[in-house]
Design a protein around this ligand. Sequence first.
Ligand SMILES: [Zn+2]
Length: 384
Amino acid sequence: MAQIRVATFDGPGADPVIRQVPWPKVLGKAALIQIGACGVWGTDLHILKGHWPKPLPWPFTLGHEMAGVIVEIGPDLKTDWMDKPITVGSKIMIPPFMPCGECYYCKHYPEHSNRCQTPVYYGRYLGFDKPPHLWGGWAEYVYVDLDMLPGTKVYKLPDTMPLRLGALSEPITSTIRGFARAQRMGGFKWGDTVVIQGSGPIGILAIASAREMGAGRVLCIGAPETPRLELARKFGADATVNIEEYRTPEARIQRVREIVGGYGADLVMDCTGHPTAGPEGIEFLRDSGFYIEMGQFTDAGAIETNWHRFVAKDITIMGSWAFTENDLALGVQMLDQARAKYPWFDMQAIYPFNDDGVKSAVADAMAMRTVKSTIVPFPELLEA
Ligand SMILES: [Zn+2]
């Protein structure tokens, strides 16, 4: 019987261990998906540093920015979450966080179903011990089963979309939801000047989203110049500010305000993960501007700040945590429509699926040598 290889971590700071599990039976509403590409996410890194604020089911398999191909499907699973027909050979992405549809938030606040109380959570809350042990993307295959976990959601990718492009649909969706919420609140209008704090993967994807959603000028603050700020400009940033060159908040505020001119930026989005970004970022804004805080996704600590500045500037600050199940289709669509407009693959550094590959993918992302470390278990699927 064929065996499937899957990477697991025993706890923060541990090295990956690749384990073998038996090929599962695929019945009813289940499917087995061969993974084409799976990204290393900023929060995976925070989890491995021990920053995740809740207990986790160690050992488990990380990785949830995944795209793959259905290789086996049960007779009762016929469509994806958007009611598109799926079958063996369909290209699929599955998100990490799948709201249940039944709890208080899912029922009464569907626009905030990301606060679901009983979600299905791939790559994080499904422990390796749970059979058939295929609950994360740093593996050869991932298993879904809507009989066992009815909240599970899969999304069909366009047949012509490369899997490694599909693996970006999950991270880009967070940025789309953030901007869309700001638009609905009147905080982001066509032609607005947008500042993105952070030049990691989310920062880079946020530049493209801002462009696609109508930004006028886009600035990006981050480091290092190579590969990150260079890439930010290729993705449409009109200007970048290097935090290694402008080393204090005061220097950066002055530099951004010089570039933006006038009264300041209309909208700032934090994609940094550094707690000090907020008080600095609101000073890039014109008075009455809009601040989207989505960089503090894990708990990287508290800072001292003065809330008087929020009030005195008469600004709106919005916390935005990932996305809902209905936002994800927008991520897939944006990548599809804008496929030729941005150098998406330039973001990705490809790693093989073995002990060294997984370890290096994580280490290189932590050291910011890569923008988006991406694990590709089957080289033949790289071009698929
Ligand atoms: Zn729920």
